[in-house]
Design a protein around this ligand. Structure first.
Ligand code: BV8
Ligand code: ZN
Length: 244
């Protein structure tokens, strides 16, 4: 059975995306050979303890990523998922990405389980700062301080060792338990608790499909497995499902 036939027969489809759907927008992923973790040790830059130990160092890492993220545009993969949502095939997109590209591509129901770079918040008083002001503040201060109380702000992304936004994770779990199928696009499915979502979908009787350019631990359980680029694969899928 191919992906289009599966999407027609197993509705609604919930999509889970990872960094691999945004590489064609120029944003590096994490675990590919050219990925971020090849240059930066996640334990030094992406854990909440690293942030508490040396916030300026973690801010330096995120400032670099903000550069690439703010220049990025949605690609054919993001646009195809938005079209499939409008066409009634995709129920929602659960994303591990913090780049906001699904929303900019027109997807209406997007669950950002690892937060987003859209804002940063003050751990002490909760004051929020938007990305535009952040980028400006980062210009002359490696670790932006809270306008209200001076404490160093933290990007509103989920770092290793941090709990995911409770509402987001619960909604993602509820969606996959009531889906006809879960379509995973561009994720190595190695980071928990998100990497347990395919198990929850399968346990609830949903089918699993995976579009990814490297093996994942769930490949053996996927009814359809496409080892190809997300952009072209999803564009072809939207094309196939557009024609009756
Ligand atoms: C939690 C932040 C509970 C946002 C990220 C030690 C210390 C602390 C925690 C742990 C620990 N050991 C284990 C843990 C648990 C940890 C975990 O799962 N670790 C893993 C590595 C084993 N999880 C956590 O810490 C989570 N929190 O468990 O809290 C807790 C807390 C307190 C007290 C008690 C309990 C938090 C997890 C979230 C971490 N945040 N990032 C950011 O900066 O982006 S992780 C990072 O990995 C990103 O969020 C990313 O989204 C996520 C997953 O990566 P992927 O998206 O899958 O990307 P990846 O590069 O891996 O794969 C991309 C794939 O696409 C590749 O296979 C590639 O081939 C493919 N591809 C590329 N291009 C294309 C393509 N395919 C098709 N087409 C293309 N064009
Ligand atoms: Zn504050």
């Amino acid at each position: 059975m191919d992906l289009a036939e599966l999407m027609r027969s197993r509705r609604p489809c919930v999509v889970l995306t990872g960094a691999g759907i945004s590489t064609e927008s120029g944003i590096p992923d994490f675990r590919s050979p050219s990925g971020i973790w090849a240059q930066y040790d996640p334990m030094e830059y992406a854990t909440i303890s690293a942030f508490r130990r040396d916030p300026a160092k973690v801010w330096e890492f995120y400032a670099l990523r903000f550069e690439a993220l703010s220049r990025a545009e949605p690609n054919a993969g993001h646009l195809a998922l938005a079209e499939l949502e409008r066409g009634g095939f995709v129920r929602a997109v659960v994303t591990q990405n913090i780049d906001g590209l699904h929303t900019r591509a027109g997807s209406a129901d997007v669950i950002e389980v690892h937060g987003s770079i859209r804002t940063a918040s003050c751990p002490a008083c909760g004051e929020r700062m938007a990305l535009a002001d952040l980028v400006e503040a980062l210009g002359d201060d490696p670790a932006p301080g809270c306008a209200r109380c001076g404490e160093i702000l933290k990007p509103d992304v989920v770092m290793f060792g941090e709990l995911l936004p409770v509402g987001a994770l619960e909604r993602a779990q509820q969606l996959v338990r009531t889906a006809g199928m879960l379509l995973v696009v561009g994720s190595s499915l190695e980071v928990y608790p998100v990497a347990a979502l395919p198990d929850e979908a399968l346990a609830a009787g949903a089918s699993l499909a995976i579009v990814n350019q490297a093996p994942t631990p769930y490949d053996g359980l996927a009814e359809v497995r496409v080892d190809g680029p997300a952009g072209a694969t999803l564009a072809a899928l939207a094309e196939a499902l557009a024609s009756p």
